[in-house]
Design a protein around this ligand. Structure first.
Ligand code: ATP
Length: 228
């Protein structure tokens, strides 16, 4: 936050996530793993997959995001709640310092728009989210997740809160901490790259997000029962 990557409101969102992480025992549970495999299948069969990054995601898992983007050959696009050009550049420079080749969505390059969002977050890069069919959104808010889905994109969320609008609007919701979820998604993608395309497509189409979210909630309840 002191270096300007994360804004104070971002810390509150981060704290909300950490509270939910306690309810998971700070571990990756089976529902998150199932969602991770489905997410890898969606990303590997996408025509134009994109990893959308905000300040929190960059600060918490910048290096892991850069590794994932290289394994799945998907560009990284910066998308901030408050579009401040200086902060966009700061995050892009930070990610490039961690090895990202290019970072989309900075300044004037964000010239397309997602319908249904009033704020400046509606702006996207036509080379990235603008033409994407699958978008990974670690730590996103509900408005944008819903608008991306309405725009016909498959949305993969990583969100510790299974009740959030983001989790409910996504096609795949990984209920886990980005710190654990992104390396797990990178590993799964690396292994699943060798699988035939039709079997990846089947895994993606058979995934039922609402059912898997219910499973994540059941896993939280089971974990809490162990303490009660
Ligand atoms: P929504 O708008 O989707 O209903 P929200 O208002 O909480 O939810 P934000 O304010 O953008 O949305 O909060 C970001 C989300 O990120 C929260 O749901 C929070 O649980 C989640 N989150 C925070 N830290 C992490 C983390 N380390 N890993 C995964 N998810 C996280």
């Amino acid at each position: 936050m002191r270096s300007g990557i994360v804004v104070p409101q971002g810390l509150i969102a981060h704290g909300r996530g950490e509270a939910f992480d306690y309810l998971l025992g700070e571990e990756t549970l089976p529902a998150a793993l199932a969602a991770t495999y489905a997410a890898a299948a969606f990303l590997l069969t996408a025509k134009h997959p994109v990893v959308s990054v905000n300040g929190n995601a960059a600060a918490l898992a910048g290096r892991e995001i850069v590794n994932l983007s290289s394994v799945i050959s998907a560009p990284i696009e910066v998308n901030l709640f408050h579009r401040i050009p200086k902060r966009e550049r700061l995050i892009a420079t930070y990610l490039k310092g961690l090895g990202a080749e290019d970072v989309l969505g900075v300044g004037r390059s964000a010239s397309s728009t997602i319908r249904g969002i009033a704020s400046s977050r509606r702006r996207t890069d036509p080379r990235g989210i603008g033409k994407a069919d699958v978008v990974l959104i670690p730590l996103e808010d509900g408005d944008r997740a819903e608008a991306l889905s309405r725009d016909g994109k498959k949305v993969i969320a990583i969100d510790l809160n299974p009740l959030s609008r983001t989790s409910r609007a996504a096609s795949v919701s990984i209920v886990d901490n980005v710190i654990r979820a992104i390396p797990a998604l990178t590993d799964a993608s690396r292994r699943m790259k060798k699988m035939p395309r039709d079997s990846l497509q089947r895994s993606a189409s058979e995934f039922d997000n609402q059912r898997n979210l219910a499973r994540a909630i059941q896993e939280m309840i089971r974990y809490l029962r162990g303490w009660a």
